[in-house]
Ligand binder design. Structure first.
Ligand code: PMT
Length: 402
């Protein structure tokens, strides 16, 4: 995976900087072109000359050391990189990157790059466990950066615990494995719908449902991390998504979701429709707040369009996957929807079960494809469920090509 790849290796100031020399050498031996950026603190531990000799390239240490008037060095490096690796990554560096600080050659390059970033931390065990460091790592993970966990063992500071830089060969193996996975959906355009819709009655009231959008957002994040170009059509939810491969389109009503889905559908390869769309909406929408009247009231509700079914009718090359939220006879009902809506797959969740379906962070589903082959995905985080479903979709796409 690393042969002929341009790797920017960032080395920050920790005792494990000496292991970055071995990492540089191993990357070069595997055919990678390596350019090293060192922070001032890293140079307290290892000389730039060591990395220059091992990488056979100049080492970058200063944002203002502009040797070539034709180019700005940190932008040129940022654009040149296919992959960025940071080893060792200190708590200070992780904090700076999480907070968007660019005050040296390494951080300015990282803010400018579009390449995937792999971070191998190394620090004292208590620093590694510090809530601020954990929060910074979570922020970076949510933005699509990938961490290579440190090992537990004897640390140079004398403590025993987690914080030792992963061995260079293991860092390379993790990055290679991740790159291989990350390319699973490269070149594919995925359209995902998420969350509820809201159907207005008057300026203060609307009909909606319990969908939080978490399942759809998990799909968007997982698909982007597998290399897809994602369009996320989102109902009103309280979630954010940062991945650069995700374009988010906000909608409110079923009709707006219908319009957005049909707009992006022709240029889409795969559709995953997790949204819980209102089946009915009030026939009349009032401009003023409806006043309380004596006695009961009746609202006339009319059917919304079935978006998934309409996509099934228009389908050409697209792989169309729907969701089914069921409380009884879930497999039979899901198969009914698969056939009626002309789907390639349906993912059914029995939303009466604990930890399954609406609002929580977990789900358990059955994936059923056109040949009615079932795959059970047991209770797991919504992100894991999304990843497993996407891998099944890729399997079925390949079988369709065969
Ligand atoms: O958002 P979360 O809180 O994470 O919850 C996730 C979820 C429970 C919403 C999700 O896992 C799920 O089950 N989504 C489908 C919900 C649903 O509306 O199911 P359904 O069986 O009523 O609809 C079947 C399919 O038709 C769905 O893909 C739905 O998007 C689609 N549909 C339904 C009605 C309609 N008018 N248009 C549609 O496209």
């Amino acid at each position: 995976m690393l042969d002929n790849k341009n790797v920017v290796l960032g080395v920050t100031g920790g005792i494990a900087a000496y292991k970055a020399c071995d990492l540089t050498s191993k990357l070069v031996q595997q055919g990678a072109h390596v350019k090293v950026i060192m922070t001032n603190s890293a140079m307290e531990f290892v000389s730039p000359l060591t990395f220059q000799a091992l990488s056979r390239n100049p080492v970058y240490t200063d944002t203002f050391d502009e040797k070539d008037p034709e180019n700005i060095a940190h932008i040129e490096l940022a654009d040149w990189a296919h992959i960025v690796m940071i080893a060792p990554a200190t708590a200070n560096f992780i904090g700076k990157l999480a907070n968007g600080i660019g005050n040296d050659m390494l951080t300015t390059t990282l803010l400018a790059t579009k390449a995937p970033i792999y971070i191998a931390p190394a620090m004292n065990v208590n620093m590694y466990d510090h809530p601020a460091v954990k929060q910074n790592m979570n922020t970076l993970t949510e933005r699509g950066n990938y961490f290579i966990e440190p090992q537990a063992g004897y640390l140079a500071c004398g403590w025993i615990g987690k914080g030792r830089l992963e061995e260079p060969q293991s860092i390379i193996d993790s990055v290679s494995k991740h790159l291989q996975q990350a390319s699973l959906l490269v070149g594919k355009k995925i359209l995902i719908s998420a969350g509820p819709t809201r159907e207005k009655v008057d300026p203060v009231r609307f009909f909606t449902n319990r969908s939080s959008g978490k399942m759809g957002y998990a799909f968007a994040e997982a698909a982007a991390q597998l290399g897809a170009e994602v369009t996320l059509v989102s109902g009103p939810v309280d979630l954010v998504i940062h991945h650069p491969n995700v374009q988010r389109i906000d909608v409110t009503t079923a009709e707006e979701m219908y319009q957005a889905m049909h707009h992006y559908f022709p240029k889409t390869d795969i559709v995953v429709k997790t949204a819980a769309v209102a089946d009915y909406r009030p026939k009349n929408v009032y401009d003023e707040k409806m006043k309380k009247q004596p006695g009961d009231m009746h609202l006339e509700m009319i059917r919304t369009k079935d978006i998934l079914q309409s996509l099934g009718e228009e389908k050409q090359h697209q792989f169309l996957a729907g969701f089914a939220a069921e409380t009884e006879n879930h497999i039979e009902s899901a198969i009914g929807k698969l056939e009626k809506k002309n789907l390639d797959a349906i993912i059914v969740n029995n939303v009466k079960m604990d930890g399954v379906g609406f609002a929580g962070d977990t789900n358990a589903v059955t994936y059923i494809n056109k040949t009615l082959d079932h795959t059970e995905i047991p209770l797991a985080s919504k992100k894991d469920v999304a990843e497993q479903v996407l891998k099944l979709i890729v399997r079925d796409l390949k079988q369709g090509d065969a």
